[in-house]
Ligand binder design. Structure first.
Ligand SMILES: [Zn+2]
Length: 311
């Protein structure tokens, strides 16, 4: 598939049999089935063309009862491609919170779809579990998912980390729950920050800088939010960014979600060499991925991971 990587191309493996998806090479090597979908229903490498329009998430404007069966059917195909099924699914109702559901009983499996609010899973943006073979599912249009696994305790977590979840340190919340509930030691854990909007594409208002300065620290805010002068050129692809400001303005802040979440993972105690960071931007690749900022809004990507260690 045509994907623009900002550097090393070996972070992801690309799968085009069945519904296409990307997987993290580091997690593949640990035997953990994982995926991040695209816009494609199918892709033919020989001709370099594919059929777009994959729907996995029920969008706000859709009727749940009409959209849910289609989305569930597609997620079930993806689940089977990971050697799982929707009967094993733990799925979030996302609302840009930092709430994480701890799933420990099999009653949790396969019961919720997006829009089907269940009492304990209402508006959570992440799930952690120690149920063997459970399938964790979150969605994202530009917000990166963060995948967490502990091969020693055989536990897994998956969270949706948009700017609000990132501000609320949702990966740290998940790691803390895994430590308390499953006895995980962050030193044993591995993490991967999935595809999402890159800093070049992620222009923010001053209030976002102020929120990070207040809730994290000014030093942190300066590290993860930078003003882009008008006419700044994207380092990765050479296109002009920071062009929406009038001449003479100091430029808008751009938030680096990858750097922010990486910082959270490191501070939570995950070793640096256990962290993989995506170099794929959904907006720089609006042809391949759904993206809010890039105005490809028809659906979202799905991130999935099975709590299984095939090694
Ligand atoms: Zn980008």
């Amino acid at each position: 598939m045509k994907i623009r990587f900002s550097d090393d191309k070996n972070i992801f493996n690309i799968h085009t049999d069945g519904i296409p998806y990307l997987s993290f090479d580091a997690f593949d090597k640990l035997g953990v089935p994982n995926l991040f979908s695209t816009r494609y229903m199918s892709f033919d490498e020989a001709s370099g063309t594919g059929v777009k329009g994959l729907r996995t998430a029920v969008m706000k404007i859709e009727k749940v009862e009409e959209a849910s069966p289609v989305c569930r059917a597609n997620r079930d195909i993806l689940a089977h491609q990971l050697g799982s099924s929707l009967a094993m699914e733990l799925v979030t109702d996302q609302k840009h919170t930092n709430y994480v559901h701890v799933a420990t009983c099999e009653e949790d499996l396969g019961v919720a779809t997006v829009g089907d609010f269940t009492l304990h899973r209402q508006y959570v943006d992440g799930i952690v579990t120690d149920i063997p073979d459970a399938l964790l599912t979150v969605f994202g249009g530009d917000c990166p998912p963060v995948y967490l696994i502990d091969p020693r305790r055989r536990a897994a977590g998956l969270v949706h980390a948009g700017w609000k979840g990132t501000l609320g340190k949702i990966p740290q919340v998940a790691i803390a729950q895994m430590s308390v509930k499953f006895g995980c030691d962050p030193a044993d854990m591995y993490a991967a920050i999935g595809p999402g909007v890159c800093a070049d594409c992620y222009e923010m208002g001053d209030e976002v800088y102020e929120a990070f300065a207040e809730q994290w620290s000014k030093e942190d805010a300066d590290l993860i939010l930078k003003r882009y002068a008008p006419g700044t050129e994207s380092e990765a692809f050479g296109h002009i960014i920071g062009h929406r400001q009038p001449d003479g303005s100091p430029g808008k802040y751009h938030l680096d979600l990858r750097a922010a979440n990486r910082l959270t993972l490191l501070r939570a105690g995950i070793p640096e060499d256990h962290i993989t960071v995506s170099n794929v931007c959904t907006m720089c690749n609006a042809d391949t991925f759904y993206t809010y900022r890039g105005r490809a809004l028809e659906n979202e990507q799905v991130a999935m991971m099975v709590n299984r260690f095939d090694i």
